[in-house]
Write a protein that binds this ligand. Structure first.
Ligand code: SAH
Ligand code: SF4
Ligand code: F3S
Length: 467
């Protein structure tokens, strides 16, 4: 708490420094929803310091990047952008700040310091809350700031936040990851699992409900192990409204008036205990779309990936969930081309996809990450092989989505209306419980409400509805 008070003082100091100048900032966020939520906090801090958001880089006084390093392409994107910003830096001396997961990788910060020495502030995932202090020092003392630590940061409550939507809100329930899947960089850049206090989460959701938010997404790298480390290692936490696990958290949030939908990402199949399945089934507000990352359908590859389940265990879990949760739909993440994956092993992935019939599949080509066990494996798969498998999986997934869409035709769906459609301002857009986009003609009054629509046509990535 004390730390946040200190930062609030820095917020005031920066605001005074800027006086009444209408300073502007741009922010580019890469990566997952956790990063999006962190960026909402950065925006909250910046706006309290007197900065206004702009989408136009040319008029910005601060350019901020919140980076991801889960796959290689994010690096190319950052370095490309920094090249562009160099000119702006020379022209009008803007402040350039880079934060997030990539900053926890030493080879990246070394490269920035060497090749892009004009960058002003580097901060990591454990020091995000200190952004006001870092910015103040960069402005006042006109020096380069590097604020990166490699020890698990505490969870700081009470940061200002500027949310992207007035209807749907993300709530981070835990930081870090203890799983060390062998391909994945996240545990190295986000540290170990730490859960927020139940009371803080419940209070945040109650406040969101009061502000009129309808949908809450609970975030963490492994949400269904919420408070597990604390319970196992007897790290003290305060039980609040009966919350001592992920299942009890779902139950408590389900009782909050005003909130109409609850989603969560990502759970891990190995932690999908019966109480969680029961809570999803019994809580009416919990959406029946569950994201259940598969990664691979082959038991040997799963073992190499350190996923801690077999093909059969995954399929059995899906069966059990389908039996216990009426109208369940599933989405997943899959990696193709993990080191050593053979054509036959890849067939198992296709087999699971055929059997489970996912509503949505997020597909990734394996990307070597420095410092992970996967990177040291000798049997890396050639790029063209990975791409071939990716295309094969994509074709299967798209044919399944096409078929699944047919099932919606003629049905009535409850749709949470989010706003005007981006492509056609005369239409509104919203999402079903199963997270399908539905566009329809309607009046703007229904934005923020759940409306019932009949699905009249399907178009691969969206459905068309009518009142
Ligand atoms: N904690 C979450 C997801 C974290 S990252 C989970 O366990 O599901 C999101 C997704 O990126 C992962 O599910 C995985 O499919 C993918 N991913 C992670 N590391 C990757 C890598 N090195 N190469 C390609 N995809 C990767
Ligand atoms: Fe990465 Fe695995 Fe942790 Fe997900 S569970 S963040 S894939 S190590
Ligand atoms: Fe990327 Fe960090 Fe999220 S590496 S996926 S932004 S936790």
């Amino acid at each position: 708490m004390k730390e946040i008070e200190t930062q609030k003082q820095y917020i005031t100091k920066v605001k005074q420094l800027n006086e009444d100048k209408k300073n502007k900032y741009t922010i580019l966020t890469m990566g997952c929803q956790l990063n999006e939520n962190d960026s909402e906090k950065l925006c909250g801090m910046l706006e309290q310091m007197g900065y206004e958001k702009t989408e136009n880089q040319e008029e910005a006084d601060i350019a901020l990047f919140n980076t991801c390093c889960v796959r290689e392409n994010a690096e190319d994107k950052l370095f490309g952008k920094l090249g562009e910003l160099k000119k702006l830096k020379e022209k009008k001396g803007i402040i350039i700040a880079i934060g997030g997961c990539m900053m926890q990788e030493k080879h990246i910060t070394d490269k920035i310091k060497q090749s892009y020495p004009f960058v002003d502030i580097l901060f990591g995932t454990h020091t995000l809350h200190k952004f006001p202090e870092d910015l103040y020092k960069a402005l006042q003392e006109k020096r380069k700031i590097e604020d990166i630590i490699d020890i698990d940061g505490e969870i700081h409550e009470g940061l200002p936040i500027k949310r992207n939507s007035k209807i749907k809100a993300s709530v981070t329930i835990m930081n870090g990851c203890n799983n060390f899947c062998s391909y994945c960089i996240v545990p190295y850049v986000r540290g170990r699992e730490r859960s927020r206090e139940p009371k803080e989460i419940i209070k945040e959701v109650e406040e969101l409900a009061k502000q009129g938010y309808k949908e809450i997404t609970l975030l963490g790298q492994n949400v269904n192990s919420y408070l597990r480390v604390e319970r196992e290692k007897q790290i003290p936490f305060e039980e609040y409204q009966g919350v001592h696990s992920f299942a009890t958290l779902l139950q408590a949030i389900n009782k909050i008036d005003g909130i109409q939908r609850i989603r969560f990402v990502s759970p891990h199949p190995k932690d999908f205990t019966d109480d969680v399945i029961q809570a999803i089934a019994s809580c009416d507000k919990v959406c029946k779309l569950v994201h259940l990352p598969l990664q691979s359908g082959n038991t040997k590859v799963l073992k190499e990936m350190n996923r801690k389940y077999t093909k059969e265990q995954y399929l059995n879990l899906v069966e059990k969930m389908k039996n216990k949760i009426p109208n369940l739909t599933l989405s997943t993440d899959i990696i193709v081309g993990f080191p050593g994956e053979t054509d036959e092993e890849f067939e198992d992935t296709l087999d699971v996809v055929r059997k489970v019939n996912f509503e949505q599949v997020y597909m990734f080509i394996y990307s070597r990450r420095v410092g992970t066990p996967g990177d040291k494996m000798q049997n890396q798969i050639p790029e063209e092989q990975k791409h071939k498998r990716f295309d094969q999986l994509k074709a299967l997934v798209e044919s399944q989505i096409g078929q699944n869409n047919q099932k919606y035709l003629g049905t009535k769906q409850k749709v949470l209306v989010e706003g005007e459609s981006k492509n056609n301002k005369t239409l509104l857009t919203g999402r079903t419980d199963s997270n399908k986009v539905v566009v329809f003609e309607g009046d703007k009054e229904s934005i923020g409400q759940i409306v019932e629509l009949e699905i009249v046509s399907e178009h691969m990535w969206y459905l068309k509805g009518e009142k």
